[in-house]
Design a protein around this ligand. Sequence first.
Ligand code: NAD
Length: 365
Amino acid sequence: MAAQTYRITLLSGDGIGPEIMTVAVAVLKAVGQQFDLNFEFQEALMGGAAIDAAGEPLPAETLEACRNSDAVLLAAIGGYKWDALPRHLRPETGLLGLRAGLGLFANLRPAKILPQLIDASSLKREVVEGVDIMVVRELTGGVYFGQPKGIFTTETGEKRGVNTMAYTESEIDRIGRVAFEAARKRGSRLCSVDKANVLEVSQLWRDRITQLATEYADVELSHLYVDNAAMQLVRAPKQFDTIVTGNLFGDILSDAAAMLTGSIGMLPSASLGASGPGVFEPVHGSAPDIAGQDKANPLAQVLSAAMLLRYGLNQSAAADQVEQAVLTVLDQGYRTGDIMASGCQAVGTQAMGEALLRALEQPVQ
Ligand code: NAD
């Protein structure tokens, strides 16, 4: 049978982006050979690299290349050099444009404690052991996009900053469905997080999610206010299976959930739309403080490539193989600086990549 061909757009971005992308691409090529998958990789500019080369963080040809691909693998964007630019020219604006341009309304962020890295968590072993949470965050609505927004001048000449938190029923329903489906594939428990005691937009959110639950009788639904959810995440995180929430609350809670696992260098994410390519990227930023020094942990990028295989291309056996290779190198004691522990072997980005390729050559059966 002819190899299946997939077109993958690579957005290496800034800082450590190119270093960790190199590792992930080598891993994808290796696993592709094993599973008879043929990847056509195309590089495109985004973030600071695009600002320098083309004067804008998301050039039209980059968005077009992404639209015409089966999946997008993004590393990280941003850095000190571009921090002082006006908002429309900031690297992050490119990220928002990419999400909006591809209609990526659902952000899936797993936060799973790996047994090899329990001691990297700042919480006690008994609190975090076994934590396996999926945060489903709405990505293209809510207060980050609602109108009106801006800094206006009042009649008295005072400046007034305005953002609007708004969700329509259909926006809530579509993210709700993604979350119920995700919960179904996991522990079948979904916790919806809002601020319905104060915000009307949250009341509508709660009403719709409650209504949707009637279609997913096999999933146990609960609700928490966001302040309580933040508290529960650090108090007793094992109570959570799948969490669904809006854009702003999800931004904050997914970072808190991420830190339960100890290192931001280990965390992948997937952003999905109704159809078309998804974007797969690590949770961390471009880490300009360690860029170009062979110090970056490439595992979040590699796990993002695994999510690309699983959620973007429906190649779950290949995804399993990549995730297993990550566990193998950790079992073998290889650690980058951010996850270093006594008795382990310190390695750089490249050496971690080589260890992964060796692990893939001799997969655990
Ligand atoms: P960051 O995630 O880049 O770095 C935070 C800390 O974690 C730093 O000490 C860094 O060295 C470390 N770190 C991050 N990733 C690592 C890895 N893979 N291996 C080892 N250590 C790692 O966050 P920041 O410092 O707040 O932001 C730096 C830049 O990244 C900013 O310009 C910011 O706007 C941008 N950023 C981009 C994204 C994205 O591309 N999605 C996300 C967050 C921040």
